[in-house]
Design a protein. Structure first.
Length: 256
């Protein structure tokens, strides 16, 4: 285990020791991890993570190769490799893209948590990594939508491999996203702008209609999840509602 992954005495104790032990035993049966788990430091890492967060325990079992890379190369190198590995948007369907984005989000959650829990990363580094993940996800989604528009003949991209370049489209991240302060449970707030004189729109409608649809498609997955939760949620479920006023939450509460 590299020095930048931190020594055994910097990992916190497990509050759910039985969960940590169960996860450790399961990981020992995975060939990619078995050699690492003979040493004390990786065992403490697993116990501190799985023994305090069931979600992270599930992710360690699901992504043993990522955990092995963390033990081999440390957090910084593993993070750079993960976030810099491009998602194939050119040949992906929308379902395949969403699956790839969910996989990257889950892997990032595990890796960032390991660097956070170990003390390897400062709070500023943690929030920066979460923000970089959000930016990458938005950029990947935008590129996918623009490539599909090129295929439909609605956009004459200057660079067909990177259609967002010189497109006249600007996406601003507001609040915590813009300040590189996203935390584990943050939403992202976006403002989508465009210069109609630069947007290479070639469709049969108009550039405003195209951009309205583009902005809607960027949040379509979120709307789909919300609709599913309102119409036919898997029960039992937990809903957490926030905000200063109760009156504008009544409709949502009635539909739960």
């Amino acid at each position: 285990m590299p020095s930048n992954a931190h020594s055994t005495d910097q990992w916190p104790s497990a509050s759910r020791e039985a969960d940590g032990v169960a996860c450790l035993e399961a990981l020992r049966d995975i060939p990619a991890l078995a050699p690492f788990l003979q040493a004390d430091a990786p065992r403490r890492a697993v116990m501190a993570t799985a023994g305090n967060a069931p979600y992270l325990a599930r992710l360690m079992r699901k992504y043993p190769e990522l955990l092995a890379r963390y033990f081999t190369n440390g957090g910084d190198a593993t993070w750079q490799q993960l976030i810099e590995t491009p998602i194939d948007v050119a040949s992906s369907s929308q379902q395949e893209l969403m699956r790839a984005l969910r996989e990257r989000k889950a892997q990032s959650a595990l890796l960032i948590a390991l660097c956070d829990i170990s003390g390897q990363w400062s709070l500023a580094q943690v929030t920066q990594a979460l923000t970089v993940l959000a930016e990458s996800s938005v950029q990947t989604s935008l590129r996918f939508l623009l490539l599909r528009a090129v295929e439909r003949g609605e956009l004459a991209a200057v660079n067909k491999d990177i259609p967002e370049q010189e497109s006249g489209i600007i996406i601003l991240g507001m609040g915590k996203l813009g300040a590189y302060e996203l935390n584990y449970s943050s939403d992202i707030d976006l403002i989508v702008l465009f210069d109609k004189n630069l947007l290479p729109y070639t469709g049969t409608r108009n550039s405003q209609h195209f951009m309205n649809k583009l902005a809607g498609d960027l949040v379509a997955r979120e709307v789909e999840v919300i609709n599913q939760a309102l119409k036919s949620p898997a029960r039992p479920f937990v809903a957490v509602l926030g905000g200063a006023k109760v009156s504008d939450k009544i409709f949502v509460i009635k539909n739960l």
